[in-house]
Design a protein around this ligand. Structure first.
Ligand code: DAH
Length: 344
């Protein structure tokens, strides 16, 4: 049995020597050292030996298996290192190559401008109405009638407003002012809201006009609201949005739903009031319409004009963005040209 063991050992040692890879070594181990391997077969026959021989052959078998384990491991480590080195060499990373950049999306300049204006008015105590209180598809009632715009007013002309076919009183709203009516209907003052959103006008498109654009409507109704409150709120808005140094002026105007009405101008940001192409030589740029809510409008929604008064305003978001960022063509906001958008 001793000779048998030594013969198996010699074969195993030769097989290890011949191994060329980790897989070969695994096979050698299975052949000699596994449960079904050759050494185990011998160990099974130990029981037939005398106690004395059992001890001698047993310990020899153990020594041999240990030696084989050790040389398999040594060879295994050697192959492992070689294979790893080869792999590392193949997968070597050139850290001097330029990286790949993930392109991150960002807010559209009109979204940024809207958010900025909204948060200024929120800080002044106004809350934003829900979309259902400020729909883009409106009836003539909310867009015109309830706002004291008479049936024969030129703003109702088909040239200005998009009408929906098959439903003569349904339109794409031409102004956000209808949100004033939604905000007041069935509610009691105080009412202090803003309503940002898209409006549509049937106009030919050019650098100053697009057939849709965005407005923010504002409304404040309570007891004892005066024109002084209107001026205070709008001046404060302009101070925050354009910076403290920009002069403003309130100019007498007319809107059917406010009396008195005023338009607000800021000093031209291009020429600082000297007069240039942007401000058509006047030195001023108009930014919004406003006024004290007409008593007819209050009465129409069931608010008593002898008890309550209010002011309203509406401004064009594109216009405010164009003035702040010196953009000279409104169409740039809608073309989605990345050379433009990436500047914001
Ligand atoms: N809706 C007007 C427009 O589109 C702007 C406006 C003027 C809104 C006066 C108002 C206002 O609330 O009081 O030209």
């Amino acid at each position: 049995m001793k000779e048998q063991l030594e013969k198996i050992y010699a074969n195993a040692a030769a097989d290890i020597e011949k191994s060329a890879s980790i897989t070969d070594l695994d096979e050698v181990r299975a052949k000699y050292l596994s449960r079904k391997g050759e050494f185990n077969e011998i160990k099974k026959n130990l029981k037939n030996l005398s106690d004395e021989d059992k001890r001698i052959v047993g310990s020899l078998a153990n020594q041999i298996t240990q030696k084989l384990e050790t040389s398999i491991k040594a060879k295994h480590d050697e192959f492992y290192k070689k294979e790893l080195d080869a792999k590392l060499l193949k997968e070597k990373i050139d850290i001097t190559l330029p990286g790949k950049f993930e392109r991150l999306g960002k807010s559209h300049p009109l979204t940024t401008t809207t958010n900025e204006i909204v948060s200024i008015f929120q800080s002044l105590g106004f809350s934003v109405v829900s979309n259902s209180q400020s729909p883009e598809v409106e009836t003539e009632y909310y867009n015109f009638d309830a706002l004291n715009v008479p049936k024969d007013h030129p703003a109702r002309d088909m040239q200005d407003t998009f009408y929906v076919e098959n439903a003569s009183n349904v339109i794409l709203r031409s102004q956000t002012s209808g949100a004033q009516i939604h905000a007041m209907e069935g509610k009691n003052p105080p009412i202090r809201i803003i309503a940002p959103g898209r409006v549509y006008r049937n106009e030919s498109v050019n650098a100053r006009k697009n057939n849709f654009f965005h407005q923010i409507e504002g409304l404040y109704v309570d007891k004892d609201i005066t024109f002084g409150d209107l001026k205070g709120v709008l001046n404060e808005f302009i101070r925050i949005y354009f910076g403290a140094s920009r002069p403003t002026r309130f100019r007498n105007s007319f809107f059917p739903f406010t009396e008195p009405s005023a338009e607000v101008d800021v000093q031209c940001i291009m020429c600082e009031g000297k007069g240039c192409r942007i401000c058509s030589g006047t030195g001023w740029l108009e930014i919004l319409g406003s006024g004290m809510v007409d008593p007819n409008v209050l009465r129409g929604v069931g608010i008593d004009p002898d008890v309550y008064s209010g002011f309203a305003f509406g401004m064009g978001i594109e216009r405010l963005a164009m003035l702040k960022y010196a953009v000279d063509d409104i169409r740039l906001f809608f073309n989605n040209d990345e050379r433009f958008l990436n500047q914001f």
